[in-house]
Design a protein around this ligand. Structure first.
Ligand code: ATP
Length: 442
């Protein structure tokens, strides 16, 4: 299917209808560009974050994780440069007063909405302000963090002291970040409140370029592997090597991993070599006890957005295909989310063939047993064909159907989401069977 706005509209409507993503504050008319994650969306976000943490922290010997405060001392943002520089260029239409990011407009552009004249560009700081304490005065003004990174930098010395860890090593964090974006939009792609999964990988001060390039290349490969792991194919990604003259002043090299979203090719993840900019700003040096050397560590930063991961995974998984019906030689359109199994919000659906009491009690027992190990749905309404389609639409890898034979032979039919092939397995062995199946491929 074409990667177009039409596809995006279908995804948005499916996501709302089936409980992935709802418009925020909907019963009060919504809040601009805010979204809530429903039962299935919440499951998927947890899957993404847990898998990421296992992948990049627990399975590696050179990584540790932290969970730091959302609101930090203002001096952090002074030192990091955010108060002075964390801004985007803004132009306002003199006629309709809508605001735009100047860098997203053509040179000498008019207002994209009403063709009005645009004001000169000025810098707009994106830090989101709030107040700490009981008075709303200047002295108690603080900011919500616009990135999780600073919590990792300011704890560098604490981590070294408590773990006696040596360079190179990395620190990871998952958590909310807030940005007063000038033009939020494109569904959950750009919002003012979002979650990040970030890594600050600290390396010794390089003596030659290859010292940092080796680490940079190895992170690039790890990011490519993660991208494949979430079900995205290499040709759905464009690695944009940011040209030297467009790099942020602290970066020597940055790659944006761009994804072909239905609304265009846009940044999914970033990988940057930030030199010693960050720890130098905070005045944090590393002492090598063995050599006596003292220096500011350099940093390679792979950064990932949780919501952009979810959106790209949904766009890649969304499939429309012709599937056979129960009538011979007839097909019908089926919508199926071909999520990797680990990412699917629901792993197994238990479906009694009819609403007869005997079938229902066997099915409910099976569902409740499987729930000890898997996220399980139970559905007894409508025809079996319709129930399969409903599970396909939300990407459930396996459906187990309990029929009248099950009562005598102790078996159920297991149907595979992708191949639609059916197999008979023993109820008593179903948990073991499904565990093995879940572990297959990704
Ligand atoms: P963009 O150019 O799209 O504004 P950025 O380069 O400012 O993004 P970073 O500061 O590198 O983004 O943030 C790291 C990651 O956080 C991004 O790769 C993206 O996945 C995610 N992210 C950044 N801003 C937002 C946002 N407003 N909404 C959702 N996710 C975001």
């Amino acid at each position: 299917m074409d990667n177009t706005q039409e596809k995006m509209d279908k995804i948005i409507s499916l996501a709302k209808r089936r409980g992935f993503i709802y418009p925020g504050s909907e019963i009060y008319g919504g809040l601009q560009n805010s979204w809530d994650f429903g039962p299935l969306g919440a499951e998927m976000k947890i899957n993404i974050k847990t898998e990421w943490w296992n992948y990049f922290v627990r399975k590696r010997g050179d990584m540790v994780g932290v969970d730091t405060a959302l609101i930090m001392n203002n001096k952090v943002w002074e030192s990091s440069g955010h108060l002075a520089n964390f801004s985007d260029p803004l132009s306002e239409c003199k006629k309709c007063h809508r605001r735009f990011r100047t860098d997203h407009l053509e040179l000498d552009a008019k207002c994209p909405d009403c063709d009005g004249e645009l004001s000169a560009s000025r810098q707009f700081n994106m830090m989101l302000k709030t107040y700490l304490g009981v008075t709303e005065e200047k002295a108690s003004e603080v900011y919500f963090r616009p990135e999780t990174a600073q919590g990792m930098f300011v704890n560098f010395q604490n981590i070294i002291d408590s773990l006696r860890i040596k360079l190179p090593f990395g620190v990871a964090q998952i958590g909310k970040a807030f940005r007063n974006e000038i033009t939020p939009g494109n569904y959950i792609f750009r919002t003012r409140e979002f979650e990040q999964m970030e890594i600050e990988y600290f390396i010794p001060a390089p003596k030659k370029d290859s010292d940092w390039q080796t680490h940079f290349e190895s992170w690039r490969v790890d990011m490519q592997k993660w991208i494949a792991h979430i079900g995205i194919k290499p040709d759905e990604i464009y690695e944009l090597d940011i040209p030297q003259n467009e790099l942020a002043h602290y970066s020597k090299r940055t790659i944006d991993f761009e994804y072909y979203f239905p609304f265009g090719r846009k940044e999914l993840y970033g990988l940057a070599y930030r030199t010693d900019f960050d720890l130098k700003n905070h005045g944090i040096k590393y002492h090598n006890n063995e050599t006596g050397e003292e220096y500011y560590p350099h940093v390679i930063e792979p950064t990932f957005g949780v919501e952009r991961t979810l959106l790209a995974a949904i766009c890649s998984a969304y499939t429309e295909e012709d599937a056979p019906t129960s009538e011979e030689n007839e097909t019908e359109k089926r919508v199926v989310m071909k999520f990797p199994k680990w990412l699917a919000p629901i792993k197994i659906a238990v479906l009694p063939l009819s609403k007869k009491d005997e079938l229902i009690s066997v099915s409910q027992k099976l569902a409740s047993d499987l729930r000890q190990n898997f996220v399980v749905a139970y559905d007894e309404t409508q025809s079996i064909g319709k129930r399969y389609r409903r599970q396909d639409e939300i990407g459930t890898p396996y459906c187990l159907t309990v029929d009248f034979d099950s009562l005598t032979d102790g078996k159920v039919t297991v149907r595979d989401r992708d191949t639609m092939k059916q197999d008979r397995i023993n109820i008593s062995e179903s948990a073991k069977y499904l565990k093995e199946k879940m572990a297959e491929s990704i």
